[in-house]
Design a protein around this ligand. Structure first.
Ligand SMILES: [Fe+2]
Length: 342
């Protein structure tokens, strides 16, 4: 249907003198057409310079908004990471494990400290000491990397060992940071300093400890991921007799050794640290990275069952060897392992 133009003279239905009621009835069309006309007219009369300037302004505005958004995102992410880093430097969790064995008559409690890396939780580690003592362990085991290779002063670690060893027997192995200080940094006095503080180091050696009538075998193996033979680990393990009747705990710093070399020996419980839980832990996927296994390592934190049904527990550690990359979704941990009668 053709729409009449109320402005046009000679309109068959309406002209300027028509009835006002009819004019009102068609007024919405009139307004619409007027707007269309105005738009067209404006476009026609706008100078050719105005159009690109408007577009330029729009693109610039969008770019500025994107930049502002990215800046805010970076600032928020930075603040969140800094806060989380600070939190993981001052807080840890206590993670409990339960092991059952016919080789023990009652409950034996182990507290496990790994990868502390010269960190102090409270002045002189009072927070850590108080927690460990409150847990009343029968043994405190150190899985290595108490120091940081570049830091010459590790008195806080010696103090910690000395305080804890005052109440509870302390045994442990050395980590790669201790080895690097000793062999590359010429810090030959390091093992002796820890021994003097009260830590019995198991450097390819075995000790028997008696707890409430139970004999516990503690075996400590030294070596890097690729230097099991070089550091004498193979030779030691080949000649060591692990008694099948006494509960045996095999400790070494680097967990990959349990995959490449140690799983063929008969022990009850294996303990390792080193990987710091993979540093960044991703929900449902686990740790992000380890030096030995690369991305998404199999051995980085938690409990595993090895080839001969031995249990392996890997600590995510209590510290960091460097500030970056920071631990994400990965709170430092003190382990408590209860070995109870099956
Ligand atoms: Fe470490």
């Amino acid at each position: 249907m053709e729409i009449p133009d109320p402005n046009r003279t000679g309109c068959p239905i309406l002209n300027r003198d028509s009835d006002t009621r009819l004019r009102e009835a068609w007024s919405f069309l009139y307004i619409e057409r007027k707007q269309e006309y105005g738009k067209n007219n404006m476009m026609n009369t706008t100078s050719t310079e105005t159009k690109p300037r408007g577009k330029k302004r729009t693109i610039l505005g969008v770019l500025l908004r994107i930049l502002l958004f990215l800046l805010v995102l970076v600032l928020i992410t930075g603040a969140a990471v800094t806060l989380y880093m600070r939190y993981t430097q001052t807080h840890y969790r206590v993670r409990f494990y339960q092991e059952l064995s016919e080789k023990v008559s009652g409950n034996i409690r182990l507290a496990v400290i790994s990868d502390l890396h010269n960190r102090e939780y409270g002045a002189d580690n009072e927070m850590l000491i108080s927690d460990v003592q409150a847990l009343k362990p029968d043994l405190i085991l150190f899985l290595g990397d108490m120091v940081i290779r570049e830091e010459d002063d590790y008195q806080p670690m010696l103090k910690l060992v000395s305080t804890l060893a005052g109440n509870t027997p302390c045994y442990g192995v050395l980590g790669n940071h201790e080895s690097e200080r000793m062999y590359s940094g010429n810090d030959k006095a390091l093992p002796e300093a820890f021994e003097k503080a009260g830590l019995k180091l198991l450097r390819n050696s075995r000790e028997e400890v008696s707890i409430d009538g139970n004999t516990i075998q503690l075996i400590g193996v030294e070596g890097t991921a690729y230097g099991f033979e070089t550091y004498g680990g193979r030779e030691f393990m080949e000649k060591t007799e692990i008694s099948p009747s006494a509960y045996s705990i095999l400790m070494t710093h680097i967990p990959i050794l349990f995959k490449t070399a140690l799983s063929e020996y008969d022990f009850d419980l294996g303990l390792a640290g080193h990987v710091h839980g993979g540093i960044v832990r991703i929900p449902f996927l686990g740790g992000l990275y380890s030096d030995e296994e690369g991305f998404f390592p199999e051995l980085c934190s938690g409990k595993y069952t090895l080839d001969r049904q031995q249990t392996l527990i890997i600590s995510a550690g209590l510290g960091d060897s460097r500030p970056f990359p920071p631990r994400i979704h990965n709170i430092p941990e003190l382990l408590v392992i209860d070995i109870s009668r099956k």
